[in-house]
Design a binder for this molecule. Structure first.
Ligand SMILES: C[S@@+](CC[C@H](N)C(=O)[O-])C[C@H]1O[C@@H](n2cnc3c(N)ncnc32)[C@H](O)[C@@H]1O
Length: 299
């Protein structure tokens, strides 16, 4: 089985407008599909730095003198690039979320399909896994997570049920969790609801939205004027942050106007790109993808 089938491959790399001797960053290396396409378009003096926090991705590293793979969270992108003497780059690509490998590898606990330990950590060294959240978080915090990250309207009832079940016996596996919540999972909607629950827990385990915000805030300083930011997201919480950030440099509210009523923004936003019907037919994972490309401007 392939590690990962890249989504919006040409569109996202086209968006980087690669210059031959430029410096590029792929902050979500995974199976390396996007990185390989960037390297194809780079000249002999170009450079590509890639990040992935999952040690499984390291085995996909590319043997190429222009390429460096960094086993780190992209929330520290500036710090690690600086370690390699890089202060400015020409383009940054992020293909957010989970790889097919992470979903398909039962033991990682990301998938609702398998009975596995509740893990869901992308960085295997992290202390916080899904079992910790399910068994240790307060009922209120669980409800908030299910509501905010899973868009589950009945989050309070779900959280109450989780707490009642774990008080009888701790919940350690995905099927135990499923069983505990059985009465909220009518056959016709079981898959959808479970996917929402798993998404919510996964976002909390990996602090995905905080990491994304911290990363985006660093792109402003890292990108040279004219440099490109190309981001693929897979759910509305991610896309909203990317959309707001490239529009105004902020995640909330509106940018301040100067004396003349002008606003200074760090990016010129491009249009939203979504996968073609053919791509979605060939790769179901592409169905929710949204690509946003922005250009760093002198602001
Ligand atoms: C959708 S996959 C990327 C697939 C890749 N573009 C390809 O073509 O194979 C996302 C990858 O990003 C990694 N990842 C997600 N969040 C991360 C973060 N905060 N820091 C570093 N890597 C992260 C995941 O471990 C996963 O391997």
């Amino acid at each position: 089985m392939s590690y990962h089938n890249p989504v919006l491959l040409f569109e996202s790399v086209d968006g980087l407008d690669i210059v031959q001797d430029g410096v590029y960053v792929d902050v979500t290396f995974g199976g390396g599909g996007h990185s390989k396409e960037i390297l194809k378009r780079l000249g002999a003096d170009g450079k590509l730095f890639a990040f992935d926090q999952d040690e499984d991705a390291l085995k996909n590293s590319i043997n190429d003198g222009r390429f460096t793979l960094i086993h780190e969270n992209f929330r520290y992108v500036k710090r690690f690039l600086r370690f390699y003497g890089i202060k400015k780059v020409n383009g940054i690509l992020a293909d957010l979320g989970v790889s097919s490998h992470q979903f398909d590898e039962a033991s990682r606990g990301f998938s609702t399909r398998f009975d596995a330990d509740l893990d869901m950590r992308m960085f295997k060294g992290s202390k916080k896994n899904a079992a910790h959240i399910i068994n240790k978080y307060s009922q209120e915090r669980l409800a908030d997570i299910l509501f905010l990250y899973g868009d589950l309207r009945n989050s309070r009832a779900l959280a109450k049920q989780i707490v009642e079940s774990r008080n009888e016996e701790s919940i350690q596996t995905s099927f135990q969790l499923k069983e505990a919540l059985q009465k909220f999972l009518p056959k016709s909607k079981e898959h959808k609801i479970l996917a929402q629950i798993f998404q919510a827990i996964r976002i909390e385990v990996n602090e995905e939205l905080d990491a994304l915000k911290e990363f985006l805030l660093q792109t402003e300083e890292l990108l040279d004027v004219g440099g490109k930011l190309s981001v693929i997201s897979y759910h509305s919480l991610e896309d909203r942050l990317v959309k707001r950030y490239v529009r105004s440099g902020l995640f909330e509210g509106e940018p301040e106007k100067d004396f003349y009523g002008n606003i200074t923004v760090p990016f010129k936003k491009g249009k939203l790109i979504t996968p073609s019907k053919i791509e979605i037919k060939e790769n179901n994972r592409a169905r929710s993808a949204k690509l946003r490309i922005a250009t760093r401007i002198d602001g």
